[in-house]
Design a protein around this ligand. Structure first.
Ligand code: KG4
Ligand code: ZN
Length: 365
């Protein structure tokens, strides 16, 4: 079921061709990072307008790279939620237009489901050559598994019993900032630029985390919920009191201290969740899963706990349309499709158990 996937939920315009086996025939991601960088964060209206400019080109590029024409397509999958309303609409309208014009079945995909299934994508060797860790296809991953999904907009642990919405259950999520959001905000406060995750990742590798020991958030043993606003505030307070770190060593040490605390919290709770769910496999997903310390720490913790860790290559972690195409292809291959009247939504369709903001906060720091 050769499926065209379209993704425009945030600041990447992406299109990909993938079949239900997970084989990636083409994967095109056009990032808007340079557009938003001067503002230190995503400006939704600029995002929508840029998606409009790029969407047709990106879809054509995906077809060209796969050496396919529109005639080869068997279905269309598009991110319909969660994301920025205007941005989502661009991809959804493009997808509906194509589906209508070509008489193709279409499915609406939840972006978070895409992230959780990205581990099953099979990329031709060249596409994942930069991965420092074993490619997921080298180890067989079977349901059920516990997945940590950590991105710029979401951070949660899920039990995944299958690819469908009702087979995925949230075990705990962040009560405030997403992990990626915390990386981005901390980078901004230190004066590093946007997006902060990759910058902090690189600098932290040279730093001494012991110089700024930041206490772990929400450390209660039985909780699978996260909180990152306290960690972020710790860095902001430090900068307010002492000024921006002046030397390269100071910057690196602060990044290392922050990253160690965030990674520690993500890994500890994910391993705890896997144990209490009785699963044997753990999956990392979302943009923050590109973080090298997270990948390394998770590998060590899983090995110690007798769990098999599956980490997708970088290109499958950050936003892409291949994961959307794959999630859609699975449904299309079963003969399912959605009516062209489906809408967009800013929230995920996945079950949620964590109450954002409200409720007693367990030792935020
Ligand atoms: O999944 P994603 O591409 O987009 C969303 O759905 O949000 O995740 C983007 C987030 C950003 O916050 C970015 O700073 C973070 O992932 N990120 C990283 C790294 N690469 C991207 N965070 C930490 N370390 C990285 N290497
Ligand atoms: Zn994402």
């Amino acid at each position: 079921m050769l499926t065209l996937g379209i993704e425009s939920s945030c600041d990447e315009t992406a299109a990909a061709l993938v079949d239900e086996s997970g084989l990636v025939h083409a994967d095109v991601v056009r990032s808007q990072v340079a557009l938003h960088a001067p503002y230190g964060g995503i400006v939704p209206e600029l995002a929508s307008r840029d998606h409009v400019r790029a969407i047709t080109l990106v879809i054509r590029e995906a077809l060209a790279r796969a050496g396919k024409s529109f005639d080869a397509l068997e279905g269309i999958a598009v991110t319909a939620r969660p994301g920025l309303s205007g941005a989502l609409l661009v991809g959804v309208q493009a997808a509906k237009g194509l589906a209508w014009a070509r008489g193709l079945p279409i499915v609406a995909v939840d972006h978070l489901v895409g992230h959780l299934l990205a581990v099953f994508l099979r990329r031709p060797a060249a596409a994942s050559a930069s991965t420092a860790h074993p490619r997921p296809e080298e180890k067989t991953l079977a349901y059920p598994f516990v997945a940590l999904l950590a991105s710029g907009g979401h951070t949660a642990i899920y039990r995944v019993d299958g690819p469908d919405l009702d087979q995925i259950r949230e075990l705990g999520a962040t009560r405030d900032d997403a992990a990626g959001e915390a990386f981005d905000k901390v980078a901004k406060v230190i004066g590093l630029g946007y997006p902060g995750g990759p910058l902090v990742d690189r600098l932290a590798a040279q730093g001494n985390a012991d110089r700024f020991p930041i206490p772990p958030p929400m450390a209660r043993r039985d909780s699978l919920e996260f909180s990152f606003s306290g960690v972020k505030s710790f860095v902001a307070r430090h900068v307010a009191e002492h000024g921006k770190p002046a030397t390269d060593a100071d910057i690196a040490d602060l990044c290392a201290g922050f990253q160690r605390t965030v990674v520690g919290s993500l890994v500890t709770k994910t391993v705890r969740a896997a144990r209490s769910e009785g699963v044997t496999s753990v999956v990392l997903a979302g943009g923050v899963a590109a973080n090298r310390e997270l990948r390394k720490t998770a590998a060590e913790a899983c090995a110690a706990a007798g769990l098999a860790l599956h980490v997708p290559p970088m290109a499958s972690c950050t936003d892409n349309a291949a994961m959307i195409a794959y999630a859609g292809a699975l449904r299309l291959a079963r003969g399912e499709s959605d009516d062209l009247s489906f809408g967009t939504a800013t929230r995920t369709a996945l079950s949620r158990v964590t109450r954002k903001g409200g409720g007693p906060r367990t030792r935020a720091r």
